[in-house]
Every structure is written in structure tokens, then in C-alpha cells.
Ligand binder design. Structure first.
Ligand SMILES: NC(=O)CCC(=O)C(=O)O
Length: 302
């Protein structure tokens, strides 16, 4: 495995997208418009280095919708990918938008179909040249049943991914996950031990678990691993079948919230300061104090 890039300061923008409805073309156009505007800079006018979209940004969120909206991506890690030949209209649009803005783009997630008939919840990542350079298929499917509150079963139509994923930029190694993946500490732990200085998960928590767990889990993953941790949600739409919690958030490696939105469409700009990462690790050196003679290192074998 290549060494992680030197962690440099960068500006992260989380796009808490609204207006995600039944019309895929309208969803894609709106996402593109907001990304183009975001790339012009935040309140300080500073152009972001990396823009992130939310989970399932091109389709309504629900197991009945995933197969209907699913697109063939056909990306194989380590193999060249020609966006011009892609069958995915979302991939083409995201690639063109990244290229036009000259900014890294983590394209939230979209339903993806594969030739064996499976459907995944998949993130795609583009460099500023518009090349598709990484994907992550949601590993842990969101199957929960809280009586009287929320029942959701992604596994009705989705298959869980089987790989750990990160990507390297010129400013950081970035660990990937999607939403419910945050509840499984191993995923972020493996990314961090493989050198990720930040994990970014597009996500769409709900209004039952969101108030209790959204912030808690992100700050926990950040402190566990002494990394930055960010999640980008859709805005809340009470007319939609699924009510997203919103509150896109960034925690620093000390567990301090360095930016958080409310529940409406908005963009969160955060300047990521590597100094916080280095001082957290120097002051509380858990990364060198682990007792793998007592318990196993979950990152071994990846
Ligand atoms: N989209 C998701 O995976 C939702 C996860 C969620 O709401 C949770 O409580 O976990």
C-alpha cells in the first residue's frame, strides 16, 4: 500500500441538497447547479478543494425506488475507466461537473445495478480532471425496525458491498463509507489505520435516530481514530416518503464539532486544519498505545 499523502490544509464543502424528488433529470440538474455555485466559494470567497453530495441524491430514498433509479457504472478498481463510454448519466454529469469546476467531487451515492442483477448504494469519486477514481458500495445495509417510529429495510432490494475503500488526493487520504456504515466502528478504524486522516460518509439519517445518534456516532468515530469525520445529508423534506435528519456535520479529531448545518438546503464550508490532527495524536497517543497482544488489530488482512 502506498504511503498516505502528507496531510495539508484544505477546504471541504458539504452540500446538504434539497429538492430530491421523483424526477431524476431534475435531481441531477439541481445537484449540478448547487455544486457549480459551491465551487465559486463560501462566505470567505475561498474555493473549496473537495465538494461532497448526500446519500441517494439522484433518487427518492426507499427500497422500492433503488432498482428503478439504478444505473450501470461498471467501475473496476485498478482498471482504467472511460467516462465517455459510461452507461451512467449520473457518472457523466458528476464527472463533467468536477472537470468544469476543477474541484474534487465525492458524488454522494446513487443506486447502482451490476450485470449479475444486484443493486448497490454506491458512492463515486472524481478528481478535478473529471476522472472517476474510486467507488464505495455501502457495506452495512440499513435494516431497522423501531416499533411505532421507523421500519426500513434496504436489503429488500439492495446488496451490501464487500470492500473497504479510500482515495488519495494531494491534501489527504480520505476513507469512505455511507450512512449506516458509521454504526460499525471497524470500517473507520481500518481506514484510519490505513492512513486516512479524514473519513467522509454521505448519509441520510432519519428523524428518530438522528437527534440521538448522528452527532454522537461521528464524534465517536473521530475520537476513536483521531481523524476528522464528516457526514453529508440531504435536506429534510416532510413531503418525501423518508424524512432525512439533515445536520450535515464535521467533527475534528478531538471530537469538537467544527461545522454543522440545520435541516434546510444549505452548504457547509469547513477549513480542515491538519495541526489539530497532529496535536490530538501527540497529546493523547492512543494510536501508539493499542494492545494488539490483548485484542486483534481489525485492520490486519486488508
Ligand atoms: N441511510 C441510512 O443508512 C440511515 C441510517 C440511520 O438512519 C441510522 O439510524 O443508522
Amino acid at each position: 500500500m502506498a504511503a498516505a499523502p502528507t496531510f495539508k490544509p484544505f477546504t471541504l464543502a458539504l452540500v446538504q441538497l434539497g429538492q430530491i424528488g421523483a424526477d431524476k433529470a431534475a435531481n441531477l440538474k439541481h445537484a449540478r447547479d448547487v455544486v457549480l455555485k459551491t465551487a465559486q466559494g463560501g462566505p470567505t470567497g475561498k474555493k473549496p478543494d473537495l465538494i461532497v453530495l448526500p446519500e441517494c441524491f439522484n433518487s427518492p430514498y426507499g427500497h422500492v425506488h433503488f432498482p428503478v433509479y439504478a444505473e450501470t457504472i461498471g467501475y473496476e478498481p485498478g482498471q482504467a475507466y472511460d467516462v465517455a463510454k459510461s452507461e451512467s448519466e449520473s457518472v457523466k454529469l458528476l464527472s463533467a461537473t468536477a472537470k468544469e469546476t476543477g474541484v474534487w467531487l465525492l458524488g454522494g451515492s446513487i443506486p447502482e445495478k451490476t450485470p449479475d442483477g444486484k443493486v448497490y448504494n454506491t458512492s463515486t469519486v472524481y478528481n478535478p480532471q473529471g476522472e472517476l477514481i474510486a467507488i464505495h458500495r455501502k457495506v452495512h445495509l440499513f435494516d431497522i425496525d423501531i416499533p411505532g417510529k421507523i421500519k426500513f429495510k434496504e436489503s429488500e432490494t439492495l446488496t451490501g458491498g464487500t470492500t473497504m475503500n479510500y482515495f488519495d488526493t494531494d491534501f489527504a487520504r480520505i476513507g469512505l463509507g455511507i450512512c449506516y456504515d458509521v454504526r460499525f466502528p471497524e470500517l473507520a478504524a481500518v481506514s484510519a489505520r490505513k492512513g486516512a486522516q479524514i473519513c467522509i460518509y454521505p448519509g441520510a439519517f432519519n428523524t428518530t435516530t438522528g437527534p440521538l445518534h448522528w452527532e454522537l456516532l461521528q464524534r465517536a468515530r473521530a475520537v476513536d481514530n483521531q481523524i476528522f469525520f464528516a457526514m453529508c445529508s440531504p435536506a429534510r423534506d416532510l413531503n418525501a416518503g423518508y424524512h432525512a435528519y439533515g445536520h450535515s456535520l464535521v467533527s475534528d479529531p478531538m471530537g469538537k464539532i467544527v461545522g454543522e448545518l440545520q435541516h434546510k438546503e444549505d452548504v457547509l464550508f469547513v477549513d480542515i486544519d491538519p495541526e489539530v490532527f497532529h496535536s490530538a495524536r501527540a497529546g493523547i497517543p492512543v494510536t501508539t498505545q493499542r494492545r494488539f497482544d490483548v485484542y486483534p488489530d481489525v485492520s490486519k488482512g486488508f
